[in-house]
Ligand binder design. Structure first.
Ligand code: GLU
Length: 492
């Protein structure tokens, strides 16, 4: 059997990161089995459409490099892959089921249904349609009460018996038919509901496996009854575990961003999010955390998808992002960071940035950042022309808090010695400054602290000597001279 799976989002909002996990699992399942991954837009709920949602969703798939074999933009043998362009199919099936007696037209007005709901609530009964239009007499009466009204089509659920979902993850889950509602398949505007459209398309598009969130499990018996009524073989089903926050509540804004691309915009790498989402419900061996894309594809299957809810732990994602940043070849990280820097560095930094210079700087921060978005602030001093702005008191630190004159003398001596250094590299700089601290009777850290603030404007910066090497002789001496002036003013 050829594996054909689909990702079928409704464009009713910006793609939720939980839905991106569903997309990823489907993609992995297809790639592992050498099958096809299909994207289908389920846009039949016209009232809830959000403009731009389809583009956003495709952008998120592209960012995670989840390529699709059939669907929007790429087409395929079952095009169109947008449900609003396939109405004839659904309308024909609804008509067929009405003709065969497995479905019926319902003329009940929204007002009647609302009154029914209220009565049921008052009697503490579950809400549901009372099947008035299922009999010809009831239907006639309803039609008379609703002159000129267009009917919906409801599916006639068998009144007895049970329906069992053979779930690949959960095993058999059995539902009492009597508890299922005669759901609407086709609305009065001629648009199908989700149940009809998804079932019809899964069949027509030859979907072999439906992998979707556990919240859809309750819908599956309805779909199975539809397959049976239509005489179709259903696909296999696998309902993926829910995603919860660390507090075990349903994942929501409170836990962090829920829109998929917010992670890109906050400085996460797609490979880190891929790895993280891939472990939300699936595991390789219950312990391995860092797994490459290739390994995921090699090992991914439904037998290691768990039943328990998966916990979305933002700190773990951030940790993982740091791991991926450190693993990147420096030239690739430089290429990625260059874009962030071009955008986020202060406006006085001339563009375009010198790519070779960025490449020399990047190894100094590669170990230090967990998010790409941290780079611009941490490294702005490499790029700002002239002397960076900082509070002069930073030059004194704790050691020289009340002794600016002493700091001034130390830095003066350092500058004098550094002027004699020709080969401006980290080793040479260290060979001058470390013994100098001792000579001046200072702790190395205290002397380096003054130099660090002078050349970077910061108390926390990448390793000092490497930083000075990359900054270069001119820039360092210019900045240290400026610091001498500021120290002299403090000492006066
Ligand atoms: N359109 C549904 C959604 O928005 C698809 C559910 C399914 O995969 O059947 O998630």
């Amino acid at each position: 059997m050829t594996v054909r799976v689909r990702f079928a989002p409704s464009p009713t909002g910006l793609l939720h990161v939980g839905n991106l996990r569903t997309a990823l699992f489907n993609w992995l399942f297809a790639r592992h089995h050498g099958g096809r991954f299909i994207v289908r837009v389920e846009d039949t709920d016209r009232a809830r459409l959000v403009p731009g949602a389809v583009e956003y969703m495709l952008e998120a798939l592209r960012w995670l490099e989840l390529d699709w074999d059939e669907g929007p933009e790429v087409g395929g043998p079952h095009a169109p892959y947008v449900q609003s362009e396939r109405l004839d199919l659904y309308q024909g099936l609804a008509r067929r089921l009405v003709d065969e007696g497995a479905a019926y037209e319902c003329y009940c007005t929204p007002e009647r249904l609302e009154a029914l709901r209220r009565e049921q609530a008052a009697r503490k009964e579950p809400p549901g349609y009372d099947r008035r239009c299922r009999t010809p007499e009831g239907r006639e009466q309803a039609r008379r009460e609703n002159p000129g009204g267009r009917p919906v089509v409801r599916f006639a659920i068998p009144l007895e018996g049970t329906t069992t979902v053979h779930d690949l993850i959960r095993g058999d889950v059995t539902f009492e038919n009597a508890r299922l509602d005669d759901f609407v398949m086709l609305k009065s505007d001629g648009f199908p509901t989700y149940h009809l459209a998804a079932t019809a398309d899964d069949h027509v598009m030859e979907i072999s496996h439906v992998l979707r969130g556990e919240d859809w499990l309750a819908s599956t018996p309805r779909h199975l009854l539809l397959y049976r009524a239509l005489g179709w073989e259903p696909p296999r089903f696998a309902h993926l575990p829910m995603i919860l926050g660390k507090d075990r509540a349903k994942l929501s804004k409170r836990h962090g961003a829920t829109e998929a691309l917010a992670y890109r915009d906050q400085g996460y790498l797609p490979e880190a999010l891929f790895n993280f989402l891939g472990l939300l419900g699936w595991s390789l061996d219950d312990k391995t955390e860092i797994i490459s894309r290739e390994e995921f594809v090699r090992h991914f299957d439904v037998d290691r998808i768990g039943r328990n809810p998966a916990i979305f732990d933002m700190e773990k994602l951030t940790w993982m992002n740091g791991v991926y940043i450190r693993q990147m070849p420096p030239h690739r990280l430089a290429a990625v960071l260059a874009e962030w820097l071009e955008r986020d560095l202060p406006p006085e930094v001339p563009r375009p940035l010198d790519r070779a210079y960025v490449e020399r700087m990047v190894p100094l921060i590669q170990e230090r950042i967990k998010l790409l978005s941290e780079a611009a602030e941490l490294t702005a001093f490499f790029f700002t022309p002239g002397v960076p702005a900082y509070d002069a008191a930073l030059l004194l630190g704790k050691r020289f808090q009340d002794r600016p004159a002493e700091a001034l003398r130390a830095l003066e001596t350092a500058v004098a010695r550094l002027r004699g250094v020709d080969a401006w590299d980290a080793a040479a700089l260290e060979a001058v400054l470390r013994p100098l601290a001792e000579e001046l009777g200072l702790k190395a850290g205290d002397l380096f602290g003054v130099v660090r603030v002078a050349v970077t404007g910061r108390t926390v910066a990448p390793p000092l000597f490497e930083t000075m090497e990359v900054l270069g002789r001119e820039r360092c001496l210019e900045r240290m001279e400026a610091a001498l002036g500021r120290l002299a003013a403090l000492a006066r």
